[in-house]
Design a protein around this ligand. Structure first.
Ligand code: RAM
Length: 545
């Protein structure tokens, strides 16, 4: 009996050692060192505000707030502020950095402290609508309002918190009746790691395309910090899906490939012990991944990013170093595909976050199949580039089987659309991912994308993230004129509404959509909407003609 218990005990300890073993063992440490080594320098530029503005209600303005310049900024610097109490200033462009300002008395000695409330906005509504009572579902502290007490005047204050903004509302909360003061020398120490200057587009290019390209470059530049952030206001962190698109944009503009390399290493070094990637990494106070954040397609898109990185740089050393990570991610598909070649949607849905878009009602069965095939193809291309096809020799047959199964089960010949089994919803996402995975032939793809315009109750994209893949699928189907028009309508639509950086969520028909139940919480400078620069420069024959 004692022997039996002992045996069982040994067996149990053995299994728990096995389970707690780290899939990547010692490599992790080196990967994190490499990530540190490639951390970019931040370039700091001093930016000054331009105007005092009025933000007033307007039916026709974006989110119903209109901005009017009322005075040059110097007026503020000479104005006694005690009775003025509130002012909104405009820097004229989006910035990411630290905000500084000074106060001085206008004559009489300061006999008491001052207290201000500062509210920062990427868009006008953030400095106009009250944040409380807060209805959102993310931390209220993301919203950029700060209280500052100044105990002695004169004083220069630099806010510790890094902010992302164009507009600042300054409100006086407390002051002494015995002296007056000015606020002056307002500035932002703006930061970015984007240092290269991409060449200009030829002047013959359509003015709207040029504007769109400039705003996408701006968006990317602001998100390029010590990682590719998703948004410098929120969440200020690296997400694989955002990295994938930012790296595409970077390859065609700033070409700062070391930042991509750093991010790929960081994600590898902070992956889960089981070898799967966690979707997001937070740099401070020490780099760490968000626990249990397993996002299905993001883990797979890492492989596509690594392949793109290798193609752009020919840096075989890094790609080989990280190949074990890519190879392991393929298991995510292998372990979730059914014997009939279809992904086990229920199972994946239970164990992973399947994202695709911020769109609550989106049914994800078909896009899941599509992105899985797409990722297998990208992974196999990576293996080929590295001469490692033998290590993934099962992929060509698996891809074929999954493609066939998808076509057989999801293609509705009558309507020309791809539709799931568990739900008959017709979505952009389904058509897009059947095209990007090449389940649909070019002709079928063209038919499906065209049919979306004449079909009732279609589930539309909710974000520029999904819209990126829409543009790509139009291009892949040879629908060049449609791709150009869609890009101009969608991203140009944001510009017409005042965007100087592109937004996280955009619905041309609803200015107030928010995945977080409070539109001021949205990020209005968001990585995944920077990709027009990639399209415009990669396909000059479509976008520059
Ligand atoms: C948003 C992030 C990021 C995205 C994830 C899925 O909250 O801002 O852009 O990748 O969701």
């Amino acid at each position: 009996m004692i022997r039996f218990i002992l045996l069982n005990f040994l067996l149990l300890s053995f299994t728990s050692i096995c389970f707690s073993q780290d899939y990547y063992g010692n490599s992790r440490k080196q990967w994190l060192q490499k990530a540190e080594q490639y951390k970019p320098e931040l370039i700091i530029t001093e930016k000054k505000p331009l105007h005092i503005v009025n933000v007033s209600p307007d039916e026709y303005a974006f989110q119903k707030w209109k901005v009017t310049n009322i005075h040059p900024i110097d007026t503020l610097y000479n104005m006694p502020f005690r009775l003025k109490k509130e002012v909104i200033i405009d820097f004229g462009e989006h910035m990411t950095g630290n905000f500084c300002f000074s106060v001085r008395t206008t004559g009489l000695a300061a006999d008491g402290p001052l207290r201000f409330k500062l509210t920062f906005g990427e868009v006008p509504s953030e400095v106009a609508v009250p944040f409380d009572p807060y209805p959102g579902n993310l931390s209220r502290a993301w919203l950029q309002d700060e209280i500052v007490s100044i105990m002695y005047v004169p004083e220069t204050v630099t806010l510790h918190r890094r902010l992302a903004f164009r507009y600042v509302k300054i409100e006086l909360l407390a002051s002494s009746p015995y002296y007056d003061f000015n606020i002056y020398d307002i500035k932002c120490l703006a930061r970015t790691s984007a240092k290269n200057i991409p060449e200009e587009l030829p002047s013959s290019v359509d003015p709207m395309i040029r504007k769109i390209e400039r705003v996408s470059l701006n968006t990317l530049k602001e998100c390029m910090q010590t990682v590719y952030e998703d948004g410098p206001k929120r969440d200020q962190r690296l997400w694989i899906g955002d990295l994938y698109l930012e790296a595409l944009g970077n390859n065609y503009s700033f070409k700062q490939h070391d930042l991509t390399k750093r991010c790929l290493y960081l994600l590898a070094g902070l992956s889960d012990k089981n070898g799967y990637l966690l979707a997001t990494v937070i740099e401070n106070p020490v780099p760490r991944a968000q626990d249990k954040q397993f996002l299905y397609e993001y883990a797979l898109l890492y492989n596509a990013s690594l392949k793109d990185y290798l193609e752009a740089t020919k840096d075989y050393e890094t790609a080989e170093d990280l190949w074990p990570v890519a190879k392991k991610q393929i298991d995510i598909v292998r372990t979730n595909v059914k014997s009939n070649g279809l992904m086990d949607f229920e199972k994946v849905n239970k164990n992973w976050w399947i994202f695709f878009d911020w769109k609550e009602d989106l049914y994800k069965e078909v896009p899941l199949q599509g992105v899985s095939i797409f990722a297998l193809k990208e992974s196999y291309k990576l293996a080929q580039l590295l001469g490692k096809e033998k290590e993934v020799a099962d992929l060509p047959a698996l891809i074929k089987k999954m493609t066939k199964a998808a076509h057989k089960n999801y293609y509705d010949k009558k309507s020309g659309l791809f539709i799931g089994i568990g739900n008959k919803q017709i979505s952009y996402a389904s058509q897009i991912w059947m095209i990007l995975s090449e389940v649909a032939t070019k002709t079928e793809g063209e038919k499906a994308l065209s049919a979306l315009h004449t079909t009732q109750n279609v589930c539309h994209p909710g974000t520029p993230y999904m819209y990126h893949y829409y543009i790509q699928s139009l291009i892949n189907c040879g629908m060049n004129a449609e791709a150009k028009k869609a890009l101009i309508d969608y991203w140009g639509g944001m510009i017409k509404k005042g965007a100087d950086t592109f937004w996280e969520a955009y619905d041309p028909n609803n200015d107030f959509i928010s995945p977080y139940y409070f539109y001021p919480m949205n990020s209005y400078c968001h990585a995944w909407s920077c990709t027009p620069v990639y399209f415009i420069r990669k396909y000059p024959e479509i976008f520059q003609k």
